[in-house]
Design a protein around this ligand. Structure first.
Ligand code: URA
Length: 441
């Protein structure tokens, strides 16, 4: 078998055989297939897609490319949540402690920033001392003693995704339905949780730009999860505007802590409650309505915040920063971005907001780049808000003026200000389970 023929076949729209997909995954992980051929295949998949059979095979091959995690030593039903990515998406930081504070263990393996989207590991590492590189045993210990832990992929877990994720990030092949589905579901299958909740984002800041595309991706992932015996559900959530006000690593930790204190922005708190309620329902705690109430209560009575602080301490983080978020301080340089005309913020190109935060230093342009934890954006106005000329749209933070110049130019282009007030969009559009699609709008 030759990689050349596999690339050519997909380029011409042919359905690949199981043997061809096996050959690619094994060969790429072993280092026999070079990055340039793997990139060419990813690009061909980006343009020609994959059938559900091909996607399922790719997912299983990727899952079996490394070890599996055994969570059986942790008592209780383990539930995981995975987002397809967004801008300002700090929901894991809120949901994991909310769910764990209700006795449902969360053993979470997260990722780093990808493309214009932020990564949970980068956010948590903004807390001085916090480590996301716990060994397997320590990871399980923290979940057993605290109830939740968030780490990077430990050991030799899904090496095929590790390599492909990094390759896709720099070859413009992230936003492909089969590649996202196989990346996420291979990790979920290998990381051992029994129940999986997927947060499939849609809109200008998501990889899936329309509700229908997001539902299609959710259906594909739910089918794969159920086929391997994991109860899987998905919520289709809005990412046509950034979630919350803060974009950037330390800034997002600060907003997550405020949300855990019951003082977070309504959209972020609302999405977190929906996601937590659906995770709790999957764990068998009660129906979604009851679980919504429980999640709200844990945020109001301080138990969720307490759980977050326990997790931060167990992972080596300095809780002085979560107790008093002023400890984070601010980046060396900041600038206020003000409206040049009067009107309504009628749309935000949320992907551009993410790109602006990367330009400010909050994300990576290349695999080797380091991150500035204090860089980012605090949005004063978002879609649906009114502004007069000179009103504050956002404050941006970076290490130097050159980065502020670049970030400001990109961010300004993300705002569309018009005379008409836009129609308010829901936070959650639909829920997808093995029973089908339930639309809320
Ligand atoms: N999250 C992942 O883990 N993989 C993707 O491809 C996209 C988002």
């Amino acid at each position: 078998m030759r990689m050349y023929d596999i690339i050519e076949g997909k380029r011409d729209g042919r359905e690949l055989t199981d043997e061809e997909i096996d050959f690619f995954v094994k060969g790429y992980v072993a280092g026999d297939i070079p990055d340039y051929q793997a990139s060419a295949l990813c690009m061909a998949i980006f343009f020609k897609g994959m059938t559900p059979r091909e996607t399922a095979r790719l997912t299983l091959d990727m899952a079996h490319s490394g070890e599996f995690v055994d969570l059986s030593s942790i008592p209780g039903v383990k539930v995981d949540k995975h987002s397809t990515g967004g801008v300002g998406d700090k929901t894991t930081l809120v949901i994991a402690p909310v769910v764990a504070s209700l006795g449902v263990p969360v053993a979470k393996m997260s990722g780093r920033g990808l493309g214009h989207t932020g990564g949970t590991l980068d956010k948590l590492e903004a807390i001085p001392g916090f480590t996301t590189a716990l060994g397997r045993e320590r990871f399980l210990d923290v979940v057993r003693s605290v109830g939740c832990a968030v780490v990077g992929q430990t050991g030799n877990l899904v090496p095929a995704d590790k390599k492909l994720y990094a390759l896709r990030d720099v070859t413009a092949t992230v936003d492909s339905m089969p590649l996202i589905a196989s990346s996420i579901m291979s990790k979920k299958i290998a990381d051992g949780t029994e129940k999986i909740l997927l947060d499939v984002t849609c809109g200008s800041g998501a990889f899936m730009k329309t509700i229908d595309a997001a539902i299609g991706l959710a259906e594909e992932m739910v089918t794969i999860g159920e086929r391997v015996g994991r109860t899987t559900a998905a919520l289709i959530t809005d990412m046509d505007r950034p979630l919350g006000h803060n974009v950037g690593n330390a800034l997002e930790v600060i907003e997550a802590v405020e949300t855990l204190r019951g003082k977070g922005p309504t959209d972020l708190a609302g999405v977190c409650i929906e996601l937590a309620a659906n995770m709790l329902e999957l764990a068998g705690v009660g129906d979604v309505d009851t679980c919504r109430g429980l999640a709200r209560e844990q945020m109001a009575n301080g138990r969720a915040l307490e759980k977050f602080e326990q997790m931060v301490a167990a992972q080596g983080g300095d809780v002085a920063y979560t107790r008093d978020t002023a400890c984070f301080g601010r980046d060396a340089c900041s600038r206020e971005v003000r409206a040049k005309r009067e009107g309504w913020v009628s749309h935000m190109d949320t992907e551009r907001v993410g790109i602006a935060s990367v330009a400010l230093g909050a994300g990576r342009a290349t695999k080797e780049d380091s991150i500035d934890p204090l860089a980012g954006i605090v949005l004063a106005r978002k879609t649906g808000d009114e502004a007069r000329e000179g009103d504050l749209l956002a404050t941006i933070y970076a290490a130097d003026e050159a980065r502020l110049d670049e970030g400001e130019a990109i961010l300004r282009n993300a705002y569309k200000i018009s005379d008409e007030r836009p129609v308010a969009e829901p936070l959650v559009y639909a829920r997808v389970t093995r029973k089908g699609v339930e639309r809320f709008s």
